[in-house]
Write a protein that binds this ligand. Structure first.
Ligand SMILES: Cc1ncc(COP(=O)(O)O)c(C=O)c1O
Length: 381
């Protein structure tokens, strides 16, 4: 039975999404933080209701709570990726997992980050005592590509780890197998490591393919994946991510850390992730269909209200990186809020040195998305 995507009303969104909607003035339309304006998959709601009714609000049990087996099935069905059932160590969320991997499994050399980036990527190296090496995507290219020559030079100059975002937020790229093989070959040549944040993997859109980095041959000894069901199923507040590796030796590194280094995940988050991975396929397929439609709504609305805007093809997820440099404002996101009463991701948060860009969250209704673009157009053109 198909499970449709149900749009939240403004009041429901304000009550439920306490950050995205609830923490901004009522006349501002939010299209910023990566949460979706949709009701939860009923499978998740029912799972949580029954756990709360049973009083499952204490500490999580030892072990992975079934996430490894659930993710193995999900990865097989969605990505054609065969994993052993024992593949995961649960973490507080993806950021906590990336931090744990940096702290315990990489050496102390510099970390490569491609910019624009998901903002916490800029802070994680310093927080873990590592330098950061920024590699920029060419803002004028029609499609973001990772420059392998630059990556090679970064490793040759001492970098030891690549923080890979696959698919990429905010560039919207689902890296192809060939591109990832190119990355792997450079990494292997330098005996470096990869932490692959694959939280957006399930949200790959029609026409593109998500390739898990670890599904490539010759990666299991130098890479880990960090992921979560939270971005695809709107459950970030339940706090559950997981580090994935097919290698028992790699998993043992994370299992061996002292409790305070990895303890902040909840039994509700674990159960929601297992429900999502085992019983969420129909809802996820409705979601991908909706986001696919929203890509077209965005393209049409930009053509109407901001014809000089440049948007690269959105291959995955619901976060569109839009180049508004033609309108001549350094901070179009700030103007959009001030004059248009619409809250977008401000480009400078994703790349401090790149003016004139915004990130638009399209996971809302078609009507709201059109209004977002109309308000942005009014504010900056
Ligand atoms: C690439 C990426 N990684 C991680 C996160 C956050 O994940 P978590 O809330 O599990 O830390 C986001 C949120 O938007 C993201 O885009």
């Amino acid at each position: 039975m198909s499970r449709p995507i149900i749009d939240l009303t403004d009041d429901e969104a304000r009550a439920g999404l306490v950050l995205k909607w609830g923490s901004i003035p009522a006349d501002v339309l939010p299209a910023w933080v990566a949460e979706m304006d949709y009701a939860l998959d009923p499978v998740i709601t029912e799972t949580l209701m029954s756990l709360v009714a049973a009083g499952t609000t204490g500490y999580p049990a030892f072990g992975d709570g079934g996430i490894g087996a659930a993710y193995a099935g999900f990865a097989r069905r969605h990505f054609g990726w065969e994993l052993p059932e024992d593949n995961s160590v649960v973490t507080g969320d993806v950021i906590a997992g990336v931090r744990l991997a940096l702290e315990t499994w990489t050496d102390s050399g510099p970390v490569v980050v491609h910019s624009p980036a998901y903002p916490p990527f800029f802070d994680l190296p310093a927080l873990t005592g590592r330098e950061r090496v920024d590699l920029d995507f060419d803002p004028d290219a029609s499609r973001a590509v990772m420059d392998l020559g630059e990556l090679d030079r970064a490793f040759a100059s001492g970098a030891r780890t690549l923080l890979l975002c696959n698919p990429h937020n905010p560039m919207g790229r689902a890296w192809t197998r060939a591109e990832l093989e190119g990355v792997r070959d450079v990494v292997v040549a330098h005996r470096a490591k990869v932490i692959a944040d694959e939280i957006h993997g399930p949200l790959v859109l029609p026409g593109s393919t998500f390739t898990p980095y670890l599904s490539l041959p010759g990666t299991s000894d130098h890479a880990v994946c960090v992921t979560s069901a939270s971005k695809s199923f709107n459950t970030a507040g339940l706090h559950c991510g997981h580090i994935v590796s097919p290698s028992p030796e790699v998993l043992d590194v994370f299992r061996g850390v002292p409790l305070p280094q990895n303890h902040a995940f909840s039994p509700l988050g674990v159960a929601a992730a297992v429900a999502a991975y085992t019983r969420g396929d129909e809802w996820l397929s409705s979601l991908v269909e909706r986001i696919d439609g929203q890509r077209s709504v965005l393209a049409d609305a930009l053509a109407e209200h901001l014809p000089e805007a440049r948007m690269r093809p959105l291959e995955a997820t619901y976060l569109a990186w839009v180049d508004l440099r033609a309108y001549g404002h350094d901070d179009p996101g700030g103007l959009a809020l001030e004059r248009g009463r619409v809250m977008l991701g401000e480009g400078r948060h994703y790349h401090p040195d790149l003016a004139g860009h915004v990130r638009i969250n399209i996971a809302t209704s078609p009507e709201r998305l059109r209004e977002v673009v109309r308000r942005l157009g009014r504010a900056i053109s």
